[in-house]
Design a protein around this ligand. Structure first.
Ligand code: FAD
Length: 259
């Protein structure tokens, strides 16, 4: 497979830096071709702004979505955005690797999503009708591709358990897994989370690599999360609520996983 690893950590000698190097080597040993977008090393520009639409009318108000649509349709996107979109088209699988910062991804990675996920590329695609609400949540440009998060945390696994004070990790990662990955069509693997990283040292590091290595070995074959497809009949359109008879009496993010 072609694998794109998007890496967001400012320090090459960090744990995340070491895990990135391990992942690249492991994937290559398995016969995959790997590209890395090392966002800090690339000095990735995080804020989405008018400079992303090359040659736009400077007198017109900047509109984040509409300028994105025009730039994408007319080949006037900033070159760094177009290059990342090419990598996504090339990839069969995408890994987003990052430390959990304030219960989410580092801002530089969020800025990668904001800018690379252009209107007409990652959203605003497909038929809109009373049967089909755009190609999203299981359909779209990333259909047929796999995606997986590799996340490190300071908090312990129990802090992120079903009754942990930080909230369940699946809920915290839902906006990324469901909103950023499943939305444009990726098949999403369960995340690989490395907890309590302050305890990682030379004695525990081999087990960390072993666990990550097994997940990388399953990148092409492991079962993906059974998110319900938006246009697959489980949701009433246009309300986009689960239909009666499905997960009745249940609420929360888990209802979007098919049993
Ligand atoms: P590092 O600090 O580089 O390393 C972690 C440990 O691994 C160190 O003990 C180091 O010696 C060891 N190590 C590194 N490389 C190796 C190697 N090659 N071999 C053996 N040992 C090694 N945590 C949460 O749980 N929730 C949050 O919301 C959260 N928010 C944060 C917000 C910010 C702004 C910051 C800075 C941190 C936050 N944290 C949070 C903690 C953060 O998630 C962890 O610090 C991070 O995941 C650790 O990853 P790292 O790559 O920076 O590790």
């Amino acid at each position: 497979m072609n694998v794109l690893l998007v890496h967001a950590h400012p320090e090459p000698t960090s744990l995340n830096g070491a895990l990135r190097d391990f992942s690249v080597a492991r994937l290559q040993q398995a016969g995959h071709t790997v590209q890395v977008s090392d966002l800090y090393a690339m000095r990735w520009k995080a804020p989405l702004d008018a400079d992303d639409h090359v040659g736009r009318d400077p007198a017109a108000p900047f509109h984040a979505s509409l300028d994105s649509r025009q730039a994408y349709a007319n080949g006037r996107q900033s070159a760094d955005i177009a290059a990342e979109q090419d990598k996504l088209r090339w990839a069969d699988a995408v890994i987003l690797q990052f430390p959990l910062w304030w219960f989410s991804m580092p801002a530089i990675l969020k800025g990668w999503v904001d800018r690379v996920y252009a209107y007409g590329f990652a959203y605003g695609v497909g038929e809109h009708s009373d049967r089909h609400w755009g190609d999203r949540y299981g359909e779209g440009a990333m259909s047929g591709k796999r995606a997986m998060l590799v996340v490190t945390t300071g908090g312990w696994a129990s802090h992120y358990g079903p009754r942990g004070i930080n909230g369940p990790i699946d809920d915290l990662l839902f906006p990324i897994q469901h909103g950023i990955l499943f939305y444009p069509g990726f098949d999403v693997l369960p995340p690989h989370v490395i907890y309590r990283t302050s305890r990682v040292d030379a004695s525990t590091y081999p087990a960390v690599l072993d666990a990550l290595g097994r997940r990388l070995d399953g990148l092409a074959t492991d079962a993906v999360l059974p998110y319900r497809r938006q246009n697959g009949g489980d949701y009433a359109i246009p309300a986009l609520e689960l239909r009666a008879g499905l997960a009745d009496g249940e609420t929360g993010m888990g209802v979007h996983l098919a049993p």
